[in-house]
Design a protein around this ligand. Sequence first.
Ligand SMILES: Cc1cc2nc3c(=O)[nH]c(=O)nc-3n(C[C@H](O)[C@H](O)[C@H](O)COP(=O)(O)OP(=O)(O)OC[C@H]3O[C@@H](n4cnc5c(N)ncnc54)[C@H](O)[C@@H]3O)c2cc1C
Length: 449
Amino acid sequence: MASTLIGKQAVVIGAGMAGLTAAGALADCFDQVVVLERDTLPSEATYRAGTPQARHVHALLLSGQRALSELFPGIEQDLARAGAVPLRAGLDVRIERPGYDPFPQRDLGWFSYAVSRPTIERAVRERVEGRANTTLRQRCRVQEVLASPNGEAVTGVRYENGNGASETIAADFVVDASGRGALTLALLQSIGRPMPEETTIGIDLGYATCVFAIPDDASNDWKGIMTFGQAPQNSRGGLMLPLEGNRWMATIGGRHGDVPPGDAEGYLNYARALRTPTIYNAISHAKRLDGVARYGFRESVRRHFERLDSFPRGLLPIGDAICRFNPVYGQGMSVAALEACLLKRLLERVGGDSNPIAGLAPTFFAEVQALIETPWSVATLDFVFPDTRGQRPADFEITLKFGIALTRLAAEDPAVHKLTAEVQNLLKPRSAYRDPVLVQRVLAIMAEA
Ligand SMILES: Cc1cc2nc3c(=O)[nH]c(=O)nc-3n(C[C@H](O)[C@H](O)[C@H](O)COP(=O)(O)OP(=O)(O)OC[C@H]3O[C@@H](n4cnc5c(N)ncnc54)[C@H](O)[C@@H]3O)c2cc1C
């Protein structure tokens, strides 16, 4: 659909995955799009301070890959050219979960790319920079979102440039893709508006990651490994995926104090104590290419902007600023890209309205719920660990039993395996499990237990 211009200038705060994909969505509908990023943005695909999580495995779900392609047609070829490793779903990653070591490996009919987070980000950044009306300004730290005196509408942002000088930039529309969303909350507070309610799930996750050269004698049976502990006693798990440049990235981690140490020997010892030896056996003789990177993730957070009665016109938090998911499930980048696609569709829809920006944020907040529901419901599985903090869903025990029986069915039946993989990849909503025939089959297995 041809897009209509709905404003002069849009400003995006943050050049992470949410900011870059949002910029891609905005470019057709504003004269100018300016992305402000506090970091120096490397020309190479290297790590930067503002996204410390990039040192850890970043799985790109198929839904995210497709969303990136919708926003930036041809980007999959860019990733392939950058050395991304195609993984056949169901086949190339050996999944080890209690009772299934491994889970049956079968080709589910699609592939997705394994690639480092810096390389994904650089590919998307190059696409954004390629848009004639989009400018990326690095070393610009936004300090404040500016609003009209009555707080009804945002008017721009104030930021500190690379020389330490304070500047302002006017905007009809400001997207807060700063990750933490602190600027949005600060604005709401300064204009005397209520804060959004938050749902949190406290998981105290600790990650440690190393990158290795793939040895010549590496297994041909798999390209990656995912190992789960025996919940609820053992929260330790690991995910090792290939990266561009014939490397493996191995992230291992646990919860509530049982987290990996930051030295190389401690890292290997922790890997050796995983429930299965596959990751340890693979990396113990592989050449380690850098030090141990660690990350602590306290809680998943969902901010309920949709429950607010009013919201400043022309402001939109997006990505992690709305909802931060337990990274174990590999959802954040894909949800950010899906949100950007939703924004693009909304912009196209409101193009003909007399005041198109006015209803954008409330409509977005309402419609994004359907998108967030499935990944968030996956995050609630964290309540399997007794130390998890938050509101345990009332039907949690039955959900857990249903999940165990569904996993057994998926192991036996390729069609159910495919369905579960589609839900995990956010291609289908979790409500797909409510199909009456499927429910009957799962209940029959539950009755046997
Ligand atoms: C350990 C870990 C592992 C993860 N693994 C996965 C995974 O496997 N798969 C997956 O899909 N997702 C994963 N994620 C989640 C994923 O990284 C994010 O959800 C996703 O990148 C979207 O983040 P974002 O762009 O909203 O925020 P961020 O990635 O935090 O980006 C925010 C950007 O805003 C900039 N910024 C912040 N404040 C300012 C300011 N005041 N002015 C200007 N710029 C500012 C930052 O420098 C940064 O560039 C993981 C997260 C963590 C923590």
